[in-house]
Design a protein around this ligand. Structure first.
Ligand SMILES: Cc1ncc(Cn2c(C)c(CCOP(=O)(O)OP(=O)(O)O)sc2=O)c(N)n1
Ligand SMILES: [Ca+2]
Length: 529
């Protein structure tokens, strides 16, 4: 008779899972011993990097992505990265090894106490099967739950003696099982939405990560062109759902009530698609909407619809809904949006490369369809001023703002894209440290990410918040003395440092020509310590 481990892996392989991101402990070894030979194990040196790699991989492939962590300590290390995965609706299947089932109650070493409670509320579902014979069905439930709308991470803790147990006779039904999210807006709902948009005198679209995750960017363009309206990306953008050089594109909405309301002023109808309403960040209170503005909200996530503080919401997968609205909404007759102004020539400096100049160099030197994984938190305006993103899946940012996403997610995304698309990571010298061990995985597996570290010697975004909050010069705002060339080389990634445009140009050209990972440290501020 087959073992639980053999059948469990048959269930996972039946879903096309051929890669595991992990960091093992003794509790995980029996699961890994049963792993089929055609499954790739990608080792990360810290579980935060493991989770971040899996998140980048899942967002690039559409998922599911399998993660294997070590009991409570490994799961705990991954929690920071999980705060982004849950808001990114990333379909991750987290598995964690548990001590021998009969010893858990006495809390022997490496017991994951109350394992299913540990990752909540950062997962859609969390469980530890009450009997070894339920492990294969629980694995099946985990994959289906992660992939059904709204997608999201799940967690399954499995006592390590379960894997050798004998599987029951009925597990064969699990391997071929398929589930699908079929809910959609009905014709009356679509007609009502299309009617409100067509009747609007000055509509505006606000698009979120679900649009890009659904690959519905082109339908968003069709709808925007029918309406001849401006288009914003929703605040705290974790993906880019609309071509940034399209005439209608206006940028990313700022992340405060006051500034969102100011940007929406004058519009009588706002259609938000595929984003929460809204992921504000800076606390600057004001009216939630301009007077006379109606907000319509379309999302796949019922929780986003329910918790929004204003507007009317419809819950359905956003891809089919956008396509249907693009079909239904007639040309408005308004003049098309004027072409975007050419890129501004960014300022240069002596002894360092200002961020906007760096982003302009990346735009001109990276492949046109490069995937940008960004985690440089004080340079967003400069980045979007120079962004030329067209394809779906071109941009990833930590969805919860929890740092440690950038370097690992870039490795995961590049593993997903293979030779089809290059991934460039644009990460601050503060953020880089939270996921730095991903450099080792990139080196060991020869994952050709181009890592660009923006070195300004400070937590720039916190300096911005200190100004906003009037907290002055608090401790913990500067990160001097970090040598990312030595750090990178210590993890096996060839690296150079550059402090002028010629140096950056030469380094990026070499990096994008390389068949392995490269790191380019760029001094982006004067007098960096
Ligand atoms: C895990 C974690 N720790 C701390 C923070 C707080 N934090 C920190 C420490 C930031 C500074 C990031 O500095 P950077 O060098 O990466 O980029 P900038 O210099 O461009 O801000 S932004 C921010 O929200 C966070 N978001 N996530
Ligand atoms: Ca910095």
């Amino acid at each position: 008779m087959a073992t639980i481990g053999e059948v469990g892996w048959q269930v996972l392989r039946g879903h096309g899972i051929d890669t595991v991101f992990g960091n093992p402990g003794s509790n995980e070894l029996p699961f890994l011993a049963a792993m089929p030979g055609d499954v790739r194990y990608v080792l990360g040196l810290h579980e935060g990097a493991v989770l971040g790699m899996a998140d980048g991989y899942a967002q690039a492939t559409g998922g599911p992505a399998l993660v294997n962590l070590h009991a409570a300590s490994g799961s705990g290390n991954a929690m920071g990265a999980l705060t982004s995965a849950v808001y990114a609706h990333s379909p991750l299947v987290l598995t964690a090894g548990q001590q021998v089932r009969s010893t858990v109650g006495q809390e022997v070493m490496l017991t994951n106490v109350d394992a299913a409670a540990l990752p909540r509320p950062l997962v859609k579902w969390s469980a530890e099967p009450v009997d070894a014979r339920d492990v294969p069905r629980s694995l099946s439930q985990a994959v289906h739950t992660a992939m059904l709308e709204p997608r999201g991470p799940v967690y399954l803790s499995v006592p390590y003696d379960d894997w050798a147990a004998e599987a029951g006779p009925d597990t064969g039904h699990l391997v071929g099982r398929r589930t699908a999210s079929a809910a959609a807006l009905d014709p009356a709902q679509l007609d009502a939405l299309a009617g409100m948009l067509a009747a609007a005198s000055d509509p505006v679209l606000v698009l979120g990560p679900q649009v890009d995750a659904a690959g519905a960017n082109a339908d968003a363009v069709r709808l925007a062109e029918s309406l001849a309206c401006p288009v914003w990306i929703a605040p705290s953008a974790s993906r880019c759902p609309f071509p940034t050089r399209h005439p209608g594109f206006r940028g990313v909405l700022p992340a405060s009530v006051r500034d969102v309301t100011a940007r929406l002023a004058g519009h009588d109808v706002v259609l938000v698609v595929g984003a929460p309403v809204f992921r504000y960040h800076q606390y600057l209170p004001d009216d939630l909407l301009p007077a006379g503005t109606r907000l319509l909200h379309l999302t796949a996530d019922p929780a986003e619809a329910a918790r929004a503080p204003m507007g009317d919401a419809w819950v359905a997968p956003v891809g089919p809904a956008l396509a249907a609205l693009a079909e239904r909404v007639p040309a408005s007759g308004r003049p098309a949006q004027p072409p975007r102004a050419p890129f501004a020539e960014p300022a240069s400096a002596t002894g360092h490369v200002p961020p906007e100049q760096l982003f302009a160099l990346v735009r001109t030197l990276a492949p046109a369809d490069a995937v940008h994984v960004v985690e440089s938190t004080a340079t967003a305006d400069a980045y979007w001023a120079q962004a030329d993103l067209t394809e779906p899946g071109s941009y990833l940012f930590p969805a919860s703002g929890g740092l440690g996403f950038g370097l690992p997610a870039a490795v995961g995304a590049q593993l997903a894209h293979g030779s089809a698309r290059r991934v460039v990571a644009l990460v601050g010298d503060g953020s880089a440290n939270y996921g730095i061990t991903a450099l080792w995985t990139a080196a060991q597996y020869r994952v050709p990410v181009v890592f660009v570290i923006l070195r300004n010697g400070t937590y720039g975004a916190l300096r911005g918040f200190a100004e906003l909050l009037g907290t002055g010069e608090t401790p913990g705002l500067d990160v001097p003395g970090l040598d990312f060339v030595k750090i990178a080389e210590g993890y096996g990634v060839p690296a150079v440092s550059a402090r002028d445009a010629d140096g950056v140009t030469a380094a990026l050209k070499e990096a994008f020509d390389a068949d392995g990972p490269r790191l380019v440290e760029v001094l982006t501020a004067p007098g960096v310590g």
